[in-house]
Design a protein around this ligand. Structure first.
Ligand SMILES: NC(=O)c1ccc[n+]([C@@H]2O[C@H](COP(=O)([O-])OP(=O)(O)OC[C@H]3O[C@@H](n4cnc5c(N)ncnc54)[C@H](O)[C@@H]3O)[C@@H](O)[C@H]2O)c1
Length: 442
């Protein structure tokens, strides 16, 4: 479907009448500074995401509007390595409160291991700072409630960095749904394919332990559950899930601690050489003496306790249903998402594997021919297909199409995490239906 003047008008009228325009103003969550000033940010968690996306890349693309005033991590070597990689003279800290006291930032960027996001989010607000938290906002319901209560008490602004809303194809899907291109959406099939490289990498790193990541249903799927809330413009109500560890971890004949010392390196298809990546050597290998963290951990370690095979059913407030699956050991990488509407079906297929690549939207009316859309607008530069820069443009410059509801605040962050938390609680309780409203008081 082409975006003609007429249907653009129709979309704007629909948005205005439904109150969406008013509710979605990007400025409500943006942290852009006063004219002529730079926003003072401090970063806690200076690993890969903290030092690159929110460090080096911020200075490159947003250095005119953002100033990094402090860096903090529990790993003393890593925070110094990050300082060098970012190319900043901002001071380094090992004590969060001390960093806030000395550097007086306006906003704190939280890029630590998932299960510690809440700790810094809460403390930053208590110390009078706004928060820009990487997803997921939190990994269990208690953390979620503490964050919600603290925000209410302090009135500070919390933004959750759902860059996955900013994909070109994702935005096109949102536009089509806003236009009601397939009528009311009754159900959605969302299949997440993680391949033997990207999928395996979660089982090398801290993510493989539930106490760190809340499982991939929170760490990874919070992106997808957020996209669903955004696309459907509705809230999750209840969740049923199943999950299993069928491939990685204990499911193997041999194992080691990590790839560098592995006696099976010739036989293991998952052997991976961290030494080939100069930045990783500086950020992780050279810092092992501080915390013993192994970036090239063996994917077959027996105490891995997250799932690699997941199925989730979600019911939404608008009565739409989601069937979600995620598998982490596939020859494909990507997603197959289908919106089943009253007047047709919208498929969003974006995956690669086996020498083939697909990146298209298929719009099929109930009684008509399929239209295939492959033009998602100009190609962009930067991480995640330009989504990271787009997200930061929105946060730091206030640039965003308000009517697309791209901003994600505290509520969005909470609902995305809570869907994943409800899913793993359902698995723990052998498939019982978990109501979101039983987990926290929003
Ligand atoms: N939106 C995205 O596309 C995207 C992509 C990658 C990562 N992320 C998110 O960014 C965050 C960081 O991921 P990463 O890949 O950079 O991991 P990483 O392992 O490279 O970095 C995590 C850092 O947190 C530090 N840390 C751990 N516990 C801490 C604590 N209690 N206090 C202070 N520091 C602590 C570690 O020492 C490490 O430096 C995660 O929450 C992840 O979900 C988001």
């Amino acid at each position: 479907m082409k975006l003609t003047e007429k249907n653009l008008m129709h979309r704007r009228e629909f948005l205005a009448s439904s109150g969406v325009l008013a509710a979605s103003a990007a400025t409500a969550f943006a942290h852009f500074p006063a004219k002529g000033k730079r926003l003072k940010i401090a970063i806690v968690g200076t690993g890969s995401r903290g030092s690159q996306t929110w460090g080096k890349s911020v200075l490159e693309h947003h250095g005119d509007v953002v100033e990094i005033v402090g860096l903090c991590d529990i790993n003393r070597k890593r925070v110094r390595a990050a300082q060098k990689l970012i190319g900043t003279s901002a001071p380094v800290f090992f004590d969060f409160d001390e960093m806030i006291r000395q550097t007086d930032p306006e906003a704190v960027v939280v890029t630590t291991v998932d299960s510690s996001h809440y700790k810094y989010t809460v403390r930053a607000m208590e110390l009078g700072c706004d928060v820009i938290s990487e997803k997921p906002l939190c990994t269990d319901e208690e953390q979620c409630q503490t964050i919600l209560d603290t925000q209410k008490r302090t009135g500070q602004k919390v933004t959750v960095t759902f860059n996955a809303r900013h994909g070109r194809g994702e935005i096109k899907v949102k536009e089509l749904l806003l236009e009601k291109a397939v009528g009311e959406v009754q159900s959605v099939d969302f299949h997440e394919y993680l391949n033997v490289r990207h999928g395996a990498d979660y089982f090398r790193r801290w993510h493989r332990l539930k106490e760190n990541s809340g499982t991939l249903l929170v760490h990874k799927a919070s992106h997808h559950f957020d996209q669903m809330n955004w696309w459907l413009d509705s809230d999750p109500v209840d969740v049923i899930a199943e999950g299993d560890l069928k491939f990685y971890g204990r499911n193997h004949a041999f194992r080691s601690t990590h790839c560098r010392v592995c006696p099976y390196r010739e036989r293991c298809r998952f052997h991976w050489d961290v030494m080939q990546n100069e930045a990783y050597v500086k950020l992780y290998v050279d810092c092992e003496s501080e915390d013993g963290y192994l970036r090239d951990g063996c994917v077959w370690r027996e105490n891995t306790n997250i799932y690699d095979t997941m199925t989730v059913l979600v019911r939404y407030a608008n009565d739409a249903r989601l069937t979600y699956t995620a598998n982490c050991y596939l020859p494909y990488e990507g997603q197959a998402i289908a919106f089943n509407g009253a007047n047709g079906r919208l498929d969003y297929l974006t995956y690669s594997g086996g020498g083939k690549r697909l990146d298209e939207i298929r719009l099929t009316p109930a009684f008509g021919k399929t239209e295939v859309i492959t033009d998602f607008g100009p190609v962009r530069e930067g991480g995640h297909g330009g989504s990271d820069v787009s997200l930061k443009d929105m946060i730091f410059r206030g640039i965003a199409a308000d009517d697309l509801q791209l901003s994600a605040g505290l509520r969005a962050g909470a609902l995305a995490s809570l869907t994943g938390i409800a899913a793993y609680r359902s698995i723990e309780r052998e498939g019982v239906k978990v109501r979101i409203s039983d987990l926290v008081s929003l």
